[in-house]
Design a protein around this ligand. Structure first.
Ligand SMILES: Cc1cc2nc3c(=O)[nH]c(=O)nc-3n(C[C@H](O)[C@H](O)[C@H](O)COP(=O)(O)OP(=O)(O)OC[C@H]3O[C@@H](n4cnc5c(N)ncnc54)[C@H](O)[C@@H]3O)c2cc1C
Length: 383
């Protein structure tokens, strides 16, 4: 079996200064009523106004070059910003995908024109992206996607449908994995990524409602949608390789173990006067696991900073992290008598309800547990 080692990262002083700055900002915003802390806000908490404010603070596109509107700060400083936003339960969904993965994707593979056009708007929190990978018949087996882009003159004509597309009803563009060459023996070949303008004629966005009634994800249907040829990202036929390169960004961040953090914080607050040793041990275990996951996630951020692409470690963070998010819910239900409801006046009951109703998605989105474990096992040479 191969070894998996992650660097032991200590946050530099400037990152801790930044933490104070962002905490003050978030405290003020929360007191002024700009947002109400919730669970799972990186997927469900949409506020264009809040995302623009975060952009104005210089907290989007933090690691990107200044010439594209970025701030040339470190991945570790970005880590601190993301963990503070998640801990506060702030409404960050509008900019989350763009800042996390579309920006890095364009920086690595995009044309100069695409970088100049999209990155500054992303960094200002003024343009939002959806991720168009999954299809009705292609989820885990992503390489079987059948959305087709055919060349016609200087345009691509796109036909097909995507499903579970988070935030497509708010987003301006969707990074869409399409087949640009007919399916051959090797299904990973002939795939490309295109920047699809979601307001283009021929696109229908249908809501799929969550159990809470919230409209969060969608089905996106594309019928003869015309896309200019310069909207292809990177090389034609390199879509699979490019999509894989995004995964370390997508799977390793603190959002993979902090979706239910506001509930944990409320649980600790509620138990602060408790004499129960059982409760103290249960919460102590949760906090210790959080510390470990955070260390691992920081290790991945450190490797990304060095320009590496640690997909196996990222898969591990996501698998362990999403299990942990569910564990917080279980412990909270066990320790405090509750009547969970999204409309409850009790903050604990409301947070618990949000967490319970969003939880089924935790281990599915971004790759299911079974698929991640297969990747980890293969990566470690035990499969
Ligand atoms: C909240 C949420 C948000 C999402 N947002 C987006 C988004 O923005 N964009 C996007 O493109 N997609 C999105 N998805 C889709 C997500 O990526 C898919 O749900 C996921 O990849 C699984 O695909 P599937 O739903 O088709 O399930 P399937 O692939 O059909 O899997 C069903 C079950 O079979 C298991 N399984 C499948 N193949 C294997 C195998 N080879 N070995 C062992 N077990 C296997 C799976 O683990 C799973 O338990 C989102 C999903 C959720 C829940």
């Amino acid at each position: 079996m191969k070894e998996l080692t992650l660097p032991n990262i200590e946050l530099p002083e400037e990152a801790e200064y930044l933490r104070k700055e962002i905490r003050e900002f978030l405290n003020k915003a929360s007191i002024q009523g700009s947002f109400e802390p919730k669970c799972d806000t990186w997927l469900g908490g949409y506020s264009a106004e809040f995302s623009r404010k975060i952009g104005q603070q210089g907290w989007l596109g933090m690691t990107w070059p200044k010439k594209y509107g970025g701030h040339e700060r470190s991945a570790l400083e970005r880590f601190v910003v993301t963990e503070e936003l998640l801990a506060a339960g702030a409404p960050v969904a509008a900019h989350w995908f763009g800042d996390r993965q579309t920006g890095p994707l364009l920086l690595r593979y995009g044309t100069e024109e695409q970088k100049q056009r999209f990155l500054p708007l992303l960094a200002k929190g003024e343009i939002y992206f959806a991720i168009g990978l999954s299809e009705p018949n292609s989820g885990s087996d992503l390489a079987s996607v059948s959305t087709r882009a055919k060349k016609s003159g200087n345009k691509w004509i796109v036909n097909g449908s995507k499903i579970w597309t988070s935030g497509a009803h708010h987003a301006h563009y969707m990074i869409t994995l399409v087949r640009t060459a007919p399916l051959g023996d090797k299904k990973h070949e002939g795939l490309s990524q295109i920047l699809l303008d979601l307001s283009a004629p021929g696109i229908t966005i249908r809501p799929i409602h969550l159990m809470t009634g919230e409209h969060h994800f969608n089905e996106v249907i594309m019928e003869d949608v015309e896309v200019s040829e310069d909207m292809i990202i990177g090389e034609e036929g390199e879509g699979w390789k490019q999509s894989l390169a995004e995964l370390a960004y997508e799977r390793s961040g603190p959002e993979r173990f902090m979706s239910t953090y506001p509930l944990l914080e409320e649980l600790v607050r509620r138990l602060s006067d408790s004499d129960s040793d059982y409760a103290k041990i249960a919460v102590g275990r949760l906090v210790a696991r959080l510390w470990t996951l955070r260390k691992m996630s920081l290790g991945v951020a450190g490797l990304l900073e060095q320009g590496k692409s640690p997909e196996i470690a990222a898969a591990l963070v996501k698998d362990l992290g999403t299990e942990y998010e569910n564990e917080i819910i279980k412990v909270a239900r066990l320790l405090i008598p509750s009547n969970p409801s999204v409309t409850a006046e009790s903050r604990f009951d409301a947070l618990l309800a949000q967490a319970i109703l969003h939880a089924p998605g935790f281990t599915l989105r971004g790759g299911t547990t079974e698929i991640l474990r297969g990747i980890i096992a293969r990566g470690l040479g035990v499969r």
